[in-house]
Design a binder for this molecule. Structure first.
Ligand code: PLP
Length: 405
């Protein structure tokens, strides 16, 4: 299912570096894996499009039958252009403005509200509406503290103990709470944390509190192995257990509800590669530094939260390993994709593949130092297409001047 080194080199030669490459077949596999592992017939997968909003990725997920988790009005617009309809989009922005709430409500997309004050404002403005509520599961988990969204230190969701206040507000404004939601964090490798969050949300989700429920949404956060020796969670076991817990809950609730998940990373991370060319080698008194033609604005995860991305020297896969700092071309010392990483010997001109670059890589990108984002190539069932082009320097500058007018 991986794209082999020689094909990646060909793509780098054809489209130039830096270059993102996505494997649509891998996206399809991961989407179907999740559907097969979680044993609940009324399961809906809302792809968290913040992870990778390339239109080719969105269209594939729509074709596979997926729905969308969105976090901004522009995401809704783009999602609809890719084929999704209001009925299969959920809106889970945080710290929403009045005007965006009005726009999203008017578009027919269901809002997922995560604060008491917004719920009150929403009720006043749109009494009698349907709404989903985001609760804070009170579980702290995730691959890095910057991507842990549960617990009292984060801005996300309504505290579980405020369920009584929620009831009062919804009764006052006749709001119909059709969904409950929690998202614990990203890259959760502890299945007990997953069960605990589900348990905590379900503990307040009884018929007495919420008689109009149609679905429960347990967010995203499924772990993906990034390091070569990192183990993958036993997903069939996890999915089976989640199905059992939910069945018991639904029996008690008195109705088979829909179960939603909102994976981002799980669906797209492993599909992606960022290809870069090494143009400068330094030996700083024994410390080897490989300078490349990309930088942290084009893939920020290592600098942002110390994320590991495996790096392969495509041009010398069987060379002797040496330790390298793999750096970018940006004027910041922290502009590194890897530090002291064993990689097969690098020569100037070699092409490196930065792996698992399908989620939160291009999507978090920017043009700091005024270097255009890389092009993106999408491969699906042997069809290779340029899914977004790289702006020329002239186009980049033209956009900037346009933004100032
Ligand atoms: C509300 C919500 N749902 C889903 C996700 C997707 O998380 P992941 O990509 O780890 O699956 C996120 C990630 O930030 C999120 O904030």
């Amino acid at each position: 299912m991986k794209i082999d080194s020689s094909q990646l080199i060909e793509l780098a030669q054809k489209f130039g570096t830096p270059l993102y490459v996505y494997n649509g077949d891998m996206i399809e596999k991961r989407y179907n894996d999740l559907l097969n592992h979680i044993t609940w017939p009324k399961l809906k997968i809302l792809y968290a499009m913040k992870a990778n909003y390339n239109p080719s990725v969105l269209k594939l997920i729509h074709q596979l039958g997926g729905s969308l988790d969105t976090v901004s009005p522009a995401e809704i617009i783009l999602g609809k252009k890719a084929g999704f309809t209001s009925g299969n989009i959920l809106y889970t922005a945080n710290n929403m403005t009045d005007s965006e709430v009005n726009d999203v409500h008017a578009s027919g997309v269901l809002l997922n509200i995560g604060s008491l004050s917004r719920l009150e404002k929403y009720g006043k403005r749109f009494p009698g509406s349907k709404v989903c509520l985001r609760f804070n599961p009170d579980v702290v988990a995730g691959a890095h503290k910057k991507i842990q969204t549960g617990g009292k230190l984060t801005k996300f969701g309504i505290l579980l103990e405020d369920v009584g206040v929620v009831k009062k507000i919804s009764e006052t404004y006749d709001l119909k709470i059709v969904g409950l939601h929690e998202h614990t964090g990203s890259g959760i490798d502890d299945t007990n944390a997953v069960y605990k969050s589900i348990h905590n949300l379900l503990s307040i989700a009884g018929h007495r509190n919420f008689p109009n429920l149609e679905f429960i949404d347990f967010g995203g956060g499924f772990q993906v192995p990034f390091e070569p020796d990192e183990e993958r969670i036993d997903y069939p076991k996890l999915g089976g257990e989640i199905g059992r817990i939910f069945k018991d809950y639904c029996v008690e609730y008195g109705k088979d509800l829909e179960m939603y998940f909102e994976p981002g990373k799980f669906i797209v991370a492993e599909s992606g590669y960022m290809l870069v060319t090494v143009n400068t080698l330094k030996d700083n008194r024994g410390r080897l530094i490989a300078g490349t033609d990309s930088g942290f604005p084009q893939l920020i995860r290592p600098m942002f939260y110390d994320a590991y991305h495996h790096i392969v020297n495509l041009s010398n896969v069987n060379g002797n390993e040496r330790n390298y700092d793999v750096c970018g071309n940006i004027c910041e010392t922290g502009d590194r994709f890897a530090e002291q990483r064993p990689i097969s010997e690098i020569r100037e001109g070699d092409i490196l593949s930065i792996e698992n670059a399908g989620a939160y890589c291009y999507a978090m990108g920017g043009v700091y130092n005024l270097r255009a984002m890389p092009a993106e190539v999408f491969i699906y069932k042997d069809d290779i297409k340029l899914a977004r082009k790289r702006l020329t320097n002239e186009e980049l500058v033209k956009n900037i001047i346009g933004e100032c007018e």
